[in-house]
Ligand binder design. Structure first.
Ligand code: 0CN
Ligand code: SF4
Length: 319
Protein backbone atom coordinates (compact mmCIF):
# COMPACT_ATOMS: atom_id res chain seq x y z
CA UNK A 1 0.00 0.00 0.00
CA UNK A 2 1.34 3.43 -0.89
CA UNK A 3 1.32 6.21 1.66
CA UNK A 4 -1.25 9.00 1.13
CA UNK A 5 0.07 12.37 -0.05
CA UNK A 6 0.63 15.17 2.47
CA UNK A 7 1.75 18.74 1.75
CA UNK A 8 3.63 20.24 4.67
CA UNK A 9 3.71 24.05 4.80
CA UNK A 10 6.55 25.23 7.00
CA UNK A 11 6.07 28.69 8.49
CA UNK A 12 9.05 31.00 8.10
CA UNK A 13 10.23 32.52 10.30
CA UNK A 14 9.79 29.92 13.04
CA UNK A 15 11.84 28.62 15.96
CA UNK A 16 14.85 30.19 17.64
CA UNK A 17 15.01 33.98 17.92
CA UNK A 18 18.17 36.01 18.55
CA UNK A 19 17.51 36.25 22.30
CA UNK A 20 17.18 32.48 22.65
CA UNK A 21 20.33 31.79 20.63
CA UNK A 22 22.22 34.26 22.82
CA UNK A 23 20.90 32.77 26.08
CA UNK A 24 21.77 29.18 25.09
CA UNK A 25 25.18 30.28 23.77
CA UNK A 26 25.79 32.04 27.10
CA UNK A 27 25.31 28.80 29.04
CA UNK A 28 27.56 26.89 26.63
CA UNK A 29 30.24 29.59 26.72
CA UNK A 30 30.13 29.70 30.52
CA UNK A 31 30.59 25.91 30.59
CA UNK A 32 33.58 26.20 28.26
CA UNK A 33 35.18 29.02 30.25
CA UNK A 34 34.39 27.80 33.79
CA UNK A 35 33.65 24.10 33.50
CA UNK A 36 30.71 22.45 35.28
CA UNK A 37 28.71 23.24 37.24
CA UNK A 38 27.21 26.38 35.78
CA UNK A 39 24.03 27.33 37.63
CA UNK A 40 21.04 28.64 35.69
CA UNK A 41 18.18 30.37 37.47
CA UNK A 42 14.89 29.22 35.87
CA UNK A 43 14.75 27.36 32.52
CA UNK A 44 17.20 29.31 30.34
CA UNK A 45 14.42 29.28 27.71
CA UNK A 46 11.08 27.51 28.01
CA UNK A 47 11.99 24.24 26.34
CA UNK A 48 12.58 20.90 28.02
CA UNK A 49 14.77 19.55 25.20
CA UNK A 50 17.09 22.58 25.43
CA UNK A 51 17.21 22.38 29.24
CA UNK A 52 17.95 18.63 29.23
CA UNK A 53 20.74 18.95 26.68
CA UNK A 54 22.40 21.74 28.69
CA UNK A 55 21.94 19.72 31.88
CA UNK A 56 23.85 16.86 30.29
CA UNK A 57 26.71 19.30 29.57
CA UNK A 58 26.91 20.38 33.22
CA UNK A 59 24.31 23.13 33.68
CA UNK A 60 22.40 22.95 36.97
CA UNK A 61 18.95 24.53 36.86
CA UNK A 62 17.62 26.13 40.05
CA UNK A 63 14.46 28.00 40.94
CA UNK A 64 16.11 30.46 43.31
CA UNK A 65 19.64 31.58 44.20
CA UNK A 66 19.29 30.03 47.69
CA UNK A 67 19.74 26.61 46.08
CA UNK A 68 23.25 27.58 44.88
CA UNK A 69 26.14 26.84 47.27
CA UNK A 70 28.71 29.59 47.93
CA UNK A 71 31.66 29.37 45.56
CA UNK A 72 33.05 30.47 42.20
CA UNK A 73 30.56 28.73 39.92
CA UNK A 74 28.72 31.26 37.73
CA UNK A 75 24.97 31.75 37.82
CA UNK A 76 23.10 32.70 34.67
CA UNK A 77 19.77 34.52 34.64
CA UNK A 78 17.31 33.27 32.01
CA UNK A 79 16.26 35.08 28.80
CA UNK A 80 13.00 36.19 30.44
CA UNK A 81 14.69 38.61 32.85
CA UNK A 82 14.72 38.88 36.63
CA UNK A 83 13.54 41.35 39.28
CA UNK A 84 16.31 43.66 40.52
CA UNK A 85 16.33 41.79 43.82
CA UNK A 86 17.98 38.82 42.06
CA UNK A 87 21.23 40.45 40.85
CA UNK A 88 21.32 42.28 44.20
CA UNK A 89 21.12 38.99 46.11
CA UNK A 90 23.80 37.48 43.84
CA UNK A 91 26.11 40.46 44.46
CA UNK A 92 25.54 40.24 48.22
CA UNK A 93 26.76 36.64 48.09
CA UNK A 94 29.64 37.42 45.71
CA UNK A 95 28.22 35.04 43.11
CA UNK A 96 29.51 35.55 39.57
CA UNK A 97 26.28 36.48 37.78
CA UNK A 98 25.81 36.39 34.02
CA UNK A 99 22.70 38.12 32.76
CA UNK A 100 21.20 36.34 29.73
CA UNK A 101 18.06 38.48 29.78
CA UNK A 102 17.11 39.16 26.16
CA UNK A 103 18.13 42.73 25.22
CA UNK A 104 14.55 43.30 24.04
CA UNK A 105 13.27 42.48 27.55
CA UNK A 106 15.94 44.71 29.10
CA UNK A 107 14.72 47.49 26.80
CA UNK A 108 11.26 47.20 28.39
CA UNK A 109 12.86 47.31 31.87
CA UNK A 110 14.59 50.56 30.87
CA UNK A 111 11.38 52.08 29.49
CA UNK A 112 9.59 51.32 32.75
CA UNK A 113 12.42 52.86 34.76
CA UNK A 114 12.36 56.06 32.66
CA UNK A 115 8.57 56.41 33.08
CA UNK A 116 8.92 55.89 36.81
CA UNK A 117 11.63 58.53 37.04
CA UNK A 118 9.32 60.97 35.26
CA UNK A 119 6.67 60.39 37.89
CA UNK A 120 4.36 58.18 35.80
CA UNK A 121 2.43 55.22 37.13
CA UNK A 122 2.96 52.25 34.84
CA UNK A 123 0.38 49.88 33.41
CA UNK A 124 1.98 46.59 32.32
CA UNK A 125 0.08 44.48 29.80
CA UNK A 126 1.07 40.86 30.38
CA UNK A 127 0.29 37.46 31.90
CA UNK A 128 0.33 37.17 35.69
CA UNK A 129 2.94 34.80 37.04
CA UNK A 130 5.04 34.70 33.86
CA UNK A 131 8.74 35.21 34.73
CA UNK A 132 9.05 38.15 32.33
CA UNK A 133 6.17 39.92 34.08
CA UNK A 134 7.69 39.20 37.49
CA UNK A 135 11.02 40.56 36.20
CA UNK A 136 9.56 43.73 34.68
CA UNK A 137 7.45 44.50 37.77
CA UNK A 138 10.52 43.84 39.90
CA UNK A 139 12.47 46.68 38.26
CA UNK A 140 10.49 49.17 40.31
CA UNK A 141 9.25 49.52 43.87
CA UNK A 142 6.10 47.70 44.90
CA UNK A 143 3.01 49.61 43.73
CA UNK A 144 4.75 51.45 40.87
CA UNK A 145 3.40 49.02 38.23
CA UNK A 146 -0.14 47.70 37.77
CA UNK A 147 -0.59 44.54 35.74
CA UNK A 148 -3.54 44.22 33.36
CA UNK A 149 -4.26 40.94 31.57
CA UNK A 150 -7.56 41.68 29.80
CA UNK A 151 -9.71 44.49 28.41
CA UNK A 152 -11.96 43.98 31.46
CA UNK A 153 -9.00 44.64 33.75
CA UNK A 154 -8.58 48.00 32.01
CA UNK A 155 -12.25 48.86 32.51
CA UNK A 156 -11.83 48.14 36.23
CA UNK A 157 -8.61 50.16 36.67
CA UNK A 158 -8.64 52.95 39.18
CA UNK A 159 -5.73 55.35 38.91
CA UNK A 160 -4.83 58.32 41.10
CA UNK A 161 -3.64 60.60 38.28
CA UNK A 162 -4.80 59.88 34.72
CA UNK A 163 -2.47 62.64 33.49
CA UNK A 164 0.71 60.82 34.48
CA UNK A 165 0.32 57.29 33.19
CA UNK A 166 2.46 55.10 30.96
CA UNK A 167 2.17 51.59 29.58
CA UNK A 168 4.63 48.87 28.70
CA UNK A 169 3.97 45.29 27.58
CA UNK A 170 5.35 41.76 27.79
CA UNK A 171 7.35 40.89 24.65
CA UNK A 172 5.60 37.62 23.76
CA UNK A 173 1.91 38.58 23.66
CA UNK A 174 -0.75 38.20 20.97
CA UNK A 175 -0.28 41.13 18.58
CA UNK A 176 -4.05 41.40 18.00
CA UNK A 177 -5.13 41.16 21.65
CA UNK A 178 -2.47 43.66 22.67
CA UNK A 179 -3.53 46.13 20.00
CA UNK A 180 -7.08 45.97 21.36
CA UNK A 181 -5.83 46.48 24.91
CA UNK A 182 -3.66 49.45 23.93
CA UNK A 183 -6.61 51.03 22.11
CA UNK A 184 -8.79 50.49 25.18
CA UNK A 185 -6.14 52.06 27.42
CA UNK A 186 -5.79 55.08 25.13
CA UNK A 187 -9.57 55.51 24.93
CA UNK A 188 -9.90 55.48 28.72
CA UNK A 189 -6.74 57.46 29.44
CA UNK A 190 -6.03 59.77 26.47
CA UNK A 191 -2.92 61.20 28.16
CA UNK A 192 -1.23 57.80 28.61
CA UNK A 193 2.23 57.52 27.06
CA UNK A 194 3.99 54.40 25.78
CA UNK A 195 5.83 52.83 22.89
CA UNK A 196 4.81 53.53 19.29
CA UNK A 197 2.68 50.32 19.21
CA UNK A 198 3.60 47.96 22.06
CA UNK A 199 6.73 46.14 23.25
CA UNK A 200 6.09 42.84 21.47
CA UNK A 201 9.40 41.70 19.98
CA UNK A 202 10.15 41.19 16.30
CA UNK A 203 10.31 37.39 16.72
CA UNK A 204 6.88 37.14 18.31
CA UNK A 205 5.37 39.46 15.67
CA UNK A 206 6.95 37.66 12.72
CA UNK A 207 6.06 34.14 13.91
CA UNK A 208 2.42 35.16 14.41
CA UNK A 209 2.43 36.74 10.94
CA UNK A 210 3.61 33.51 9.32
CA UNK A 211 0.95 31.46 11.15
CA UNK A 212 -1.74 33.89 9.96
CA UNK A 213 -0.71 33.20 6.39
CA UNK A 214 -0.43 29.40 6.69
CA UNK A 215 -3.27 28.46 9.08
CA UNK A 216 -6.10 29.24 6.60
CA UNK A 217 -4.40 27.07 3.96
CA UNK A 218 -4.11 23.82 5.94
CA UNK A 219 -6.27 21.10 7.51
CA UNK A 220 -4.18 20.94 10.66
CA UNK A 221 -1.40 22.83 12.31
CA UNK A 222 1.38 21.78 14.67
CA UNK A 223 3.13 24.32 16.86
CA UNK A 224 6.39 22.96 18.23
CA UNK A 225 6.99 24.31 21.71
CA UNK A 226 6.39 23.97 25.43
CA UNK A 227 3.12 24.58 27.26
CA UNK A 228 4.89 27.11 29.52
CA UNK A 229 6.19 29.09 26.53
CA UNK A 230 4.09 32.24 26.16
CA UNK A 231 5.08 32.97 22.57
CA UNK A 232 4.38 29.35 21.54
CA UNK A 233 0.94 29.40 23.16
CA UNK A 234 0.17 32.58 21.25
CA UNK A 235 1.05 30.83 17.95
CA UNK A 236 -1.43 28.06 18.82
CA UNK A 237 -4.08 30.72 19.55
CA UNK A 238 -3.45 32.55 16.28
CA UNK A 239 -3.85 29.30 14.30
CA UNK A 240 -7.09 28.49 16.14
CA UNK A 241 -8.48 31.97 15.56
CA UNK A 242 -7.73 31.68 11.86
CA UNK A 243 -10.18 28.78 11.92
CA UNK A 244 -7.72 25.94 11.42
CA UNK A 245 -9.75 22.85 12.45
CA UNK A 246 -6.97 20.95 14.28
CA UNK A 247 -4.22 22.81 16.14
CA UNK A 248 -1.81 21.19 18.59
CA UNK A 249 1.11 22.57 20.61
CA UNK A 250 3.55 19.71 21.08
CA UNK A 251 7.05 19.32 22.44
CA UNK A 252 8.26 16.70 19.98
CA UNK A 253 7.32 13.85 17.61
CA UNK A 254 6.45 11.33 20.34
CA UNK A 255 3.60 13.66 21.43
CA UNK A 256 1.78 13.48 18.09
CA UNK A 257 -1.73 12.06 18.51
CA UNK A 258 -2.00 10.27 15.16
CA UNK A 259 -5.81 9.91 15.47
CA UNK A 260 -6.07 13.67 14.93
CA UNK A 261 -4.15 13.67 11.68
CA UNK A 262 -5.83 10.69 9.96
CA UNK A 263 -7.36 12.23 6.85
CA UNK A 264 -5.49 15.48 6.39
CA UNK A 265 -4.06 16.56 3.05
CA UNK A 266 -2.18 19.70 4.12
CA UNK A 267 -0.34 20.30 7.40
CA UNK A 268 1.16 23.54 8.68
CA UNK A 269 4.13 23.48 11.04
CA UNK A 270 5.64 26.29 13.06
CA UNK A 271 7.82 26.48 16.17
CA UNK A 272 7.99 28.86 19.10
CA UNK A 273 11.04 31.05 19.67
CA UNK A 274 12.45 28.56 22.19
CA UNK A 275 11.91 25.37 20.11
CA UNK A 276 14.96 23.88 18.35
CA UNK A 277 14.76 23.13 14.62
CA UNK A 278 15.84 19.52 15.25
CA UNK A 279 12.42 18.90 16.83
CA UNK A 280 10.69 20.29 13.72
CA UNK A 281 12.78 17.91 11.59
CA UNK A 282 11.91 15.02 13.88
CA UNK A 283 8.20 15.75 13.39
CA UNK A 284 8.53 16.00 9.60
CA UNK A 285 10.36 12.63 9.63
CA UNK A 286 7.55 11.08 11.68
CA UNK A 287 4.98 12.26 9.10
CA UNK A 288 7.22 11.05 6.28
CA UNK A 289 6.96 7.51 7.66
CA UNK A 290 3.16 7.59 7.25
CA UNK A 291 2.62 9.91 4.29
CA UNK A 292 4.24 10.73 0.97
CA UNK A 293 5.25 14.21 2.12
CA UNK A 294 6.23 17.25 0.13
CA UNK A 295 7.62 20.16 2.15
CA UNK A 296 7.29 23.79 1.18
CA UNK A 297 8.39 26.86 3.13
CA UNK A 298 5.99 29.81 3.36
CA UNK A 299 7.92 32.93 4.26
CA UNK A 300 6.37 36.18 5.45
CA UNK A 301 9.42 38.00 6.83
CA UNK A 302 13.22 37.96 6.75
CA UNK A 303 15.12 38.03 10.02
CA UNK A 304 18.74 39.00 10.55
CA UNK A 305 18.77 40.02 14.21
CA UNK A 306 21.85 39.02 16.20
CA UNK A 307 22.74 39.79 19.81
CA UNK A 308 26.32 39.45 21.09
CA UNK A 309 26.94 37.38 24.23
CA UNK A 310 26.29 38.97 27.65
CA UNK A 311 28.99 41.49 28.58
CA UNK A 312 30.32 39.40 31.49
CA UNK A 313 31.20 36.58 29.06
CA UNK A 314 32.61 38.83 26.33
CA UNK A 315 34.96 40.39 28.87
CA UNK A 316 36.08 36.98 30.12
CA UNK A 317 36.48 35.55 26.66
CA UNK A 318 38.71 38.52 25.75
CA UNK A 319 41.02 37.96 28.75
O1 0CN B 1 9.42 30.25 25.25
P1 0CN B 1 10.37 31.26 25.75
O2 0CN B 1 11.52 30.77 26.57
O3 0CN B 1 9.65 32.38 26.63
P2 0CN B 1 8.16 32.97 26.67
O4 0CN B 1 7.58 32.95 25.31
O5 0CN B 1 7.38 32.14 27.66
O6 0CN B 1 8.37 34.36 27.18
O7 0CN B 1 10.93 32.03 24.48
C1 0CN B 1 11.93 33.01 24.61
C2 0CN B 1 11.33 34.30 24.88
C3 0CN B 1 11.71 35.21 25.75
C4 0CN B 1 12.04 36.14 26.60
FE1 SF4 C 1 13.96 38.21 22.96
FE2 SF4 C 1 11.66 38.08 21.64
FE3 SF4 C 1 13.27 36.02 21.69
FE4 SF4 C 1 11.98 36.69 23.91
S1 SF4 C 1 11.07 35.96 22.01
S2 SF4 C 1 14.12 36.11 23.74
S3 SF4 C 1 11.98 38.94 23.69
S4 SF4 C 1 13.73 38.03 20.75
Amino acid sequence: MTNPPLDILLCAPRGFCAGVVRAIDAVEKALTLHGAPVYVRHEIVHNKYVVESLRRKGAVFVRELEEIPDGDAPVIFSAHGVPQSVPEAAAARNLFAIDATCPLVTKVHREAQVHHKRGRHIILIGHRGHPEVIGTMGQLPHGAVTLVETVDDIARLSVSDAQSLAFVTQTTLSVDDTQEMVETLKARFPAIVGPHKEDICYATTNRQGAVKKVAPLVDAMIVVGSPNSSNSQRLREVAEREGCPVVRLILRAEDIDWNLFGSIRRLGITAGASAPEILVEEIIDAFAERYAVSVESVSTADESVFFPLPRELREQAAE
